[in-house]
Design a protein around this ligand. Sequence first.
Ligand code: 3HC
Length: 676
Amino acid sequence: MIETKLHQDVLEIIISNAPVNALGAGVRSALSQAIETAQADDQVKVILLRGAGKLFSAGADITEFDQPPTGCTLPAVIDAIEASPKPVVAAIHGTALGGGLELALGCHYRLATPTAKLGLPEVSLGILPGAGGTQRLPRLVGLDAALNMIVSGSPVDATSALAMGLVDRLVDEEDFPTAAIAYARILDAPGRTRDKQVADDAGVLERFAAANARRIRSLDAPKACMTAVKASVELPIDEGLALERKLFAELVGGAQAKALRHAFFAERAAGKIADLPADTPRRPIAKVGVIGAGTMGGGISMNFLLAGMDVTIVEMTQDALDRGVALMRANYEASAKKGRLTREQVEHAMSLLTPTLAFDALADCDLVIEAVYENMEVKKEIFARLDAIAKPGAILASNTSYLSIDEIASATKRPADVLGLHFFSPANIMKLVEVVRGAATADDVLTTGMQVARSIGKVPVVARVCYGFIGNRMLIPRQDNAYAMLLEGATPEQIDRVHTDFGMPMGPLQMIDLAGVDIGWHRDTDRIESLQDALCAAGRWGQKTKAGFYNYDENRKPSPSPVVAEIIDGFRNRAGLKRRDISDDEIVARTLYTMVNEGAKILDENIAQRASDIDVVWLHGYGWPRHKGGPMFWADQIGLTTVSEGLARYADRIGDGFSMAPLLARQSADGGAPDK
Ligand code: 3HC
């Protein structure tokens, strides 16, 4: 776990704990031993600390946070390094994150290669830097920069780190670690971070707290980060370190930290296909085709273009093609205006796009993604045409959000090459891609689908075929119950408030307004059989018509609509229903517990590989609050008995065909977790 190499008077200590040099108990104890031994060795004048492999260190071993502490602590190792009479130099390549960077902060000098990244991402795990980061970083870089790094959790690059005083010097990448060793040799007296003073920058803390109040309002960790950083100004370092340690201990076992750790590991697990070895081959993808230049087709194309891939986009009419291409450019330009893209990136991306009306232009694409509207006959016709022209080995994907990939694949003579790549709207922004594995999908087609999604910065999750796959299938009971509760007496505001209070970015009805109330509507204004029909017939199609369940102003700010209240009243009266008060408890049970119930069915039917995959779908496709881990994790935390009892309480109101998921019934009886 630790290797040492003596280069005359410089002792190299190398942290060697693949894959990310996490600082688990074994590493800490070996490192502490190596530092102690180096003190006693007269030959050693300077110690150089670095990581083996691709990086310096990813910090503490996160898997240890759920176990009782063992061996020497990281703060103790860092204190020993800082107290060393012989200079200790951190030589950073790749990344130094969390406890890894804190280790470097305890060293007397810091060197970094130009491509290195340095950060304290603990806040994203619901904790704060617990090995001195909140006290030493402000002493090196000042309050403002330290607050930004610690509270955002975002890493900085080596050049910025040099400019802010976080590293002392950049060293040549090609000549690493030799150049670092040569530099270490000329160092003498150790300079200790703890001896520096933090400049009390008047008002910085207050301004920072005010500017970030909304973003962090329900989160414990950023607040603790600010408290600890404040202590770096107000308290002697040892007292500051003690406070940091206390806050760390409080947070690490808390509900938010557990949920965020779950999310971290769930995301990594989702990338793995349970029944396929990691080295399953993939097909090379250089050229992508997209069928349909509507919002989805355009959004999907934008991802590939930005990743530097050639995209051919096909439409039926010149008008639709021109509109689609213009919208893509407008979206890129809006990002450039916000500083998220450079002008060069926009132009380069657009230069890789080939818009055409010629279907045959897809013949040399390695991957073709169909993104036309949801109609099985249309999709089958397209896949039959594709089958006739696509080159052998091309992957044929559908962006369908509900329909059977198996049936679509049956329109081709190569069902093994067909899969679903279900992007979420807006497709250039949302991270989730459900990679839908048909009954015949070949292994290398599936692994390529996963890899392609990752290569454009998405989070792919495998789903099997069913109506709506994972995410949208779970949305169905939520949506049905939201509509039903409106007729029974709830208001759109009440239903949505329960969800936004929970931490969702928007409630079910706000989401329908965003997506379009008219999705799936039959388009006959005289045929009014449901609330949706009535809203659509009244032109209330959602945000796009500035009227849906809510009225919208020019800034898309919603306000309650008396017209909607009237439409709902009219419906209720015609249905002979008596208005009653609906409790928040009922809304939770009928919209959130029903989703968990559907999730449990999805798991039982092997549509999802694991419960945590369902959580990843909701984190990245629908904005489930990360500090609540995802619906299945959340259900486990509040107790499956709570969920099943809540469902039972309202079972007769939940809607036709409601049935308790067998898995939920079984496991709540056992008191177990929803994972199998
Ligand atoms: N502890 C334990 N396991 C870790 C880990 C950590 N700190 N960081 C990564 N891993 C594991 C992953 O779970 C994954 O395991 P798997 O192969 O079994 O799925 C494996 O290492 C490889 O990780 P990635 O797939 O994420 O590899 P990448 O190359 O894509 O990314 C990375 C590397 C940027 C270092 C990324 O892993 C990362 O961001 N890690 C977490 C960094 C972090 O949050 N550090 C702070 C830890 S808390 C701390 O230090 C507390 C201190 O203040 C006391």
